[in-house]
Design a binder for this molecule. Sequence first.
Ligand code: SF4
Ligand code: SF4
Ligand code: SF4
Length: 260
Amino acid sequence: MIAKKAMLIDITLCVGCNACQVACKEENGLSDKEEQILSPTAYTVLHEFNGTYVRRMCQHCVDPTCVSVCPVGAFTKTAAGPVLYDENKCIGCRYCMQACPFQVPRYEWDNNYPRVQKCKFCASRLEKGLQPACAEACPTGATKFGDRDDLIREAHERIKAEPEKYVNKVYGLEEVGGTSILYISSVPFEELGFKTNLSKIPLPALTWNALSKIPTVVAVGGVFLYGVWWITNRRTEVQQLEAKLREMDDRSNGHETSNS
Ligand code: SF4
Ligand code: SF4
Ligand code: SF4
């Protein structure tokens, strides 16, 4: 069985240097401007709370809601841990954005062919036996990559070794059924913008329980969304064709004028 990979973020070790974001942007070929809010060009950001820095990114949930709500299977949970998105399947319904309990997926509103964007857990690096770019770049060990079970053990050991330093909680161990990004902290999580009232039951179980009671609505909704996607796509294609025809018209008019 493939060991589930994870990252342990020890908030007490983070110095706010932003090397994780810089490395992520470089790895993913994103604009190098510093960003404080998750965006299509920032898969990880730092939030500051009175001198304490917290990394935000996709949590790569063990049982992800984005996967369960996507009507066309554009999101998948891989055996190693990363939750990945396939732009070729996406119909742009943005259910994933609505459903994510951590408000992670971002949409390329300015793009003619918009995609959803989020951290990929450097899946291609993991396949080569490398660690994620952000973990490799972190100079203090605040972001540590490894097997999820080992990191959970290590998190508990760090808390046990210094109980006066750490809050007695590993965030991500149980939230929404568990996540691949785990946090330990010296400041209570609710003071650092973490949601501390999330269900311990994976949300897909809850959503499917609810959805199973309205199968017709789901089926009709799926067909409707496909229709919306088709019309939108078709409209873009027609607009592009019209623009091309106009360009050809202009060119041939110019040609005739110069020859006349
Ligand atoms: S944090 Fe949101 S986008 Fe990431 S795996 Fe979980 S549900 Fe999906
Ligand atoms: S795991 Fe990779 S994609 Fe995700 S934040 Fe780190 S560097 Fe970026
Ligand atoms: S690279 Fe490490 S220390 Fe620097 S901001 Fe990111 S997590 Fe914090």
